[in-house]
Design a protein around this ligand. Structure first.
Ligand SMILES: Cc1ncc(COP(=O)(O)O)c(C=O)c1O
Length: 458
């Protein structure tokens, strides 16, 4: 007998106001107790008043005319939007009859936030979970996973050693009781971000400038989030989708590989679910610019406010909102706005996957490496980080030649994990992505039916 709780449909995650009133109220009340299973219905970008959680950055800070619109992921249950892909991947597996709470252990290959999401969803639904992740991620990540009752299986290295995580995952596949939520490979991740994140990004942009999206900027890890770009392009075909990478690990840029400090992104591969057809630009950002950029906005606010001529306290409301990859996305958005010559009516939309809560240990490490952050240091860092960037770090990947290079890299990675050339070739057509997206209607109908059946039985 399976007792796993059924959660929301894709449509309800985009429009939680369409949940049955009693369920929505129960979910909102459950926010006070994060382990209440009703929190499944809080997997949404929407605040209790149904507005999209987002902020438009002060122009004194960004130094550009365009509106930099940042969607905020930290208020998702478990503290990042990665809980969404974890939830839908498990939910689709349950619907297909492939995963059941009484028989299976959930395995989450990750660099942290997805693993936190997997441990959290498994806890709410009553599954055992094992998170496989590199051993050099931030201490806060491991603590969260343990707090949600997940077991950890650590592989050598850091963010850019995800291939080792995938290899370890192969070992778990040998036991059919283990069910892998394979974020780099499975299309629920694409569906969640295209439909839920993309739809929310469009709603947020409608409130600003000309209401359109001139550019969407996202640093891929699994490349789930960048799928929001497909929804944005469907609404505004002229919009530009830009993928960001660490300078130190420039895989999409020029097949480069290396170690870097931006947790959650830059995984030394073209992931299977990355629709490279719709990626227009790749931009490189130095990893320490993101770490220093976070220190400035989180811990050096009053000095910054003074030097930018802002009122004391003007930046205070931004405290806690961003993690390191969020700063990477902000830097990419500022630099893209400059590159495209965007004006005050134009919106650049980007994402803050998580908040500051999982990075104090990284800030301590920064101070150990660089010493005290004095006023002259704040000025120096601000100029370098927020006013820097070079045109040489921006690559247009719209040509056939660039797409072929990216497809070849994808093929190289994924044939090793037993994906057929036929399947990989089918991904070279936009029709593949449209048909995966179109499955949402059928999945939502099945979720609703299953919820009704469960309600009728209880
Ligand atoms: C902090 C952080 N930023 C960015 C990303 C990248 O998001 P995606 O995997 O959707 O590409 C992740 C993914 O885990 C993350 O944890």
């Amino acid at each position: 007998m399976d007792h796993a709780v059924m959660g929301p449909t894709y449509h309800e995650m985009l429009h939680p106001e369409t949940l049955p009133t009693a369920l929505r109220q129960k979910a909102l009340a459950a926010r006070a107790n994060e382990l209440d299973p009703a929190n499944l219905f809080n997997i949404t970008w929407k605040a209790p008043d149904n507005s999209v959680r987002h902020v438009v950055l002060p122009k004194e800070w960004t130094g550009v005319d365009a509106n930099i619109v940042v969607l905020l992921g930290r208020d998702f249950p478990s503290g990042s939007h990665k809980v969404g892909p974890a939830y839908v991947t498990l939910m689709e597996g349950e619907l297909a009859g492939e995963i059941s709470q009484s028989e299976n252990t959930i395995i989450g290959p990750s660099t942290g936030n997805f693993g936190i999401g997997v441990a959290y969803i498994s806890k709410l639904k009553g599954y055992k979970a094992v998170v496989i992740m590199p051993e050099q991620m931030s201490a806060e990540r491991y603590e969260r996973i343990k707090k949600y009752g997940g077991s950890l299986d650590l592989t050598p290295g850091s963010e850019s050693d995800v291939i080792l995580v995938l290899e370890r995952t192969e070992h778990y596949k040998k036991d059919p009781r283990n069910k892998i939520l394979a974020q780099f490979e499975l299309l629920p991740n694409y569906r969640f971000h295209r439909y839920v994140t993309g739809g929310s990004a469009l709603e947020a942009a409608r409130l600003h400038g000309n209401g359109r999206v001139a550019a969407f900027v996202s640093a891929p890890g699994s490349a789930g989030t960048i799928a929001a770009g497909d929804e944005i392009k469907a609404a505004f075909p002229e919009s530009i989708i830009c993928a960001l990478e660490p300078h130190e690990c420039s895989t999409l840029f020029n097949n480069g590989r290396g170690v870097h400090r931006i947790e959650g992104i830059g995984d030394k591969m073209v992931t299977l679910i990355h629709n490279v057809l719709t990626t227009d630009y790749v931009m490189l950002i130095h990893d320490d610019d993101c770490v220093m950029g976070l220190e400035l906005i989180e811990n050096q606010q009053s000095t910054l406010e003074r030097s930018l001529g802002m009122q004391a306290g003007a930046l205070r409301s931004l405290r806690g909102m961003f993690g390191i990859s969020g700063i990477c996305n902000i830097l990419g958005s500022i630099r893209m706005a400059k590159h495209l010559g965007l004006g005050p009516d134009d919106n650049v939309v980007t994402i803050a996957t998580d908040g500051f809560d999982r990075y104090p240990s990284v800030m301590d490490n920064l101070k150990q490496r660089k010493g005290a952050v004095t006023e002259p240091v704040v000025h120096e860092w601000f100029e370098k980080v927020y006013r820097g960037g070079s045109p040489a770090d921006i690559l247009d990947v719209r040509s056939r030649e660039q797409k072929d290079r990216l497809f070849a890299y994808k093929q190289d990675v994924w044939t090793k994990f037993n994906y057929s050339l036929d399947y990989l070739n089918s991904m070279k057509s936009q029709a593949f992505w449209e048909s995966e997206y179109a499955k949402i209607a059928e999945i939502d109908a099945a979720v609703s039916r299953k919820r009704e059946l469960t309600a009728a039985k209880s």
